[in-house]
Write a protein that binds this ligand. Structure first.
Ligand code: NAP
Length: 266
């Protein structure tokens, strides 16, 4: 993958923290000119200086992907600076755990607004640029519960499932015009956001999660970032409309054989 993205321009939404920042770093290492786009000015400038210290010069754009006019501005500013957009990573998201019956309308709208609407606004605005270029690669970061559902995150699961349907639809509509659209479903990663909002807030909680993961560890951000780069790259030129799961086997059914008395347990 050495300098695979030389001369290409990438936008990573939610690229100032967590997985998005790791993907921005990997794309930068592989030669792309990277734009990171999210809301917090503080996080954007911290990410810019952290990445600069690693030799990667990113452009930052403050945007709330829930607002289509802000997304259009993000696209216009990127074109003004670089003249083209080759890669889009729809990574921005918000999430929190809540029993379905306690989820408020505001909570539903916030998560669906970022994940489903935001992914569409970005794909639509950047997609038009890519269609003119006759070339582009879009990657949507989803979660394994887009396929399975999961208790406690009805808003996020429904939104990510919508993004998966969007991925497959756009892959067919735009595939013949030089644009590939894929999804990546990472497993549990201990980012600051996941620790705060989901299950990984204590060592005991983390241990319980790890027991559910066949490879018995969380995903490293840079290993998921490398998979994202593969899907975006020409090495994956024949992969279109697919979802790649990278969760250490966590979403696979366990059946019930391990409940039987046996020297082998899983
Ligand atoms: P994270 O650090 O919170 O990343 C989310 C990013 O999205 C933040 O940088 C945030 O920045 C940005 N964002 C949120 N709302 C936005 C908005 N309205 N407009 C623009 N940007 C917005 O969380 P993460 O754990 O790295 O998650 C990254 C991706 O992986 C997400 O799509 C998540 O669903 C997915 N994922 C995570 C896990 C996990 O275990 N961590 C597992 C499966 C999938 P601002 O708040 O500054 O805008």
């Amino acid at each position: 993958m050495d300098k695979n993205f030389q001369g290409q321009v990438a936008i990573v939404t939610g690229g100032s923290t967590g997985l998005g920042k790791a993907i921005a770093e990997s794309l930068g290492q592989l030669g792309a000119k990277v734009v990171i786009a999210s809301r917090s000015e503080e996080n954007l400038s911290k990410a810019k200086s952290d990445l600069k210290a690693k030799g990667i010069d990113v452009k930052v754009i403050q945007v709330d992907v829930r607002h289509p006019e802000q997304v259009e501005r993000m696209v216009a500013q990127t074109l003004e600076t670089y003249g083209r957009i080759d890669l889009l990573v729809n990574n921005a998201a918000g999430n929190f755990a809540v029993p379905a019956e306690n989820l408020t309308v505001n909570g539903w709208n916030a998560v669906v607004g970022i994940v489903l609407n935001g992914t569409w606004y970005c794909s639509s605005a950047v997609g038009k640029v890519m269609l003119k270029q006759g070339k582009g690669s879009i990657l949507n970061i989803i979660a394994t519960y887009a396929l399975s559902g999961a208790p406690g995150v009805v808003h996020s699961a429904a939104a990510k499932a919508g993004v998966l349907a969007m991925t497959r639809t756009l892959a067919v509509e735009w595939g013949s015009r030089g644009i590939r659209v894929n999804a990546l479903a990472p497993g549990a990663m201990v980012t600051e956001a996941a620790s705060k909002n989901l299950l990984f807030d204590s060592e005991e909680a983390k241990k319980k999660v790890i027991e559910r993961i066949p490879v018995r560890r969380f995903a490293e951000l840079d290993e998921i970032a490398k998979i994202a780069c593969f899907l975006l790259s020409e090495n994956a030129a024949y992969i279109n409309g697919d979802v790649l799961t990278a969760d250490g086997g966590a979403c696979l059914p366990r059946g019930f054989m391990d409940l039987m008395e046996s020297p082998q347990t899983v």
